[in-house]
Design a protein around this ligand. Structure first.
Ligand code: FES
Length: 155
């Protein structure tokens, strides 16, 4: 006989059945969360980004400097200063500079020295970004404004 203060224990079969139902529910919810994240690349270029990179004299001729946080390579030649995005055009991973250009660690795309596609799944070359000189003399990169490869900011 049971009362409210000492209820009868659940039969073992019911406990196992409830545990099975909870496990199935957790697995389904976990799968749905995982599936909702699947189509998104893990790294996306940010939008609305303009940033100062320094003064022209900070980049002497022949300089190639990777700005890790900004995800760009700044190159200075006799023609001027250019910024090449390091965001892979396949799914947005960050490429790294190598001896012959740039390589993507995610799916193996390779880009030439000027960002042109050399192989792999990337559909197009790396983006060249607009570089301008601000009124204070410092160089500004606009990550939202793509320019033709080979476009230099003359400084
Ligand atoms: S993200 Fe670079 S090759 Fe896929």
């Amino acid at each position: 006989m049971s009362d409210r203060l000492a209820p009868e224990p659940l039969p073992r079969r019911d406990v196992l059945g409830l545990a099975g139902l909870w496990s199935a529910a957790i697995a389904i919810v976990g799968s749905l969360i995982g599936m909702s994240r699947l189509p998104k690349p893990s790294v996306l270029p940010e939008s609305g980004r303009r940033f100062r990179i320094g003064r022209p004299e900070d980049f002497p001729e022949g300089t190639e400097e990777v700005l890790t946080e900004e995800k760009v390579l700044v190159r200075r030649t006799p023609q001027g200063v250019a910024a090449i995005s390091l965001v892979c055009t396949h799914l947005g991973c960050i490429v790294s500079k190598d001896a012959s250009g740039f390589g993507c660690p995610c799916h193996g795309s390779h880009f030439g020295r000027n960002g042109e596609v050399g192989g792999g799944p990337a559909p197009r070359g790396l983006r060249w970004l607009e570089v301008t000189q601000g009124v204070d003399g410092r160089l500004v990169v606009d990550a939202d404004r793509e320019v033709q490869p080979g476009t230099w900011c003359e400084v």
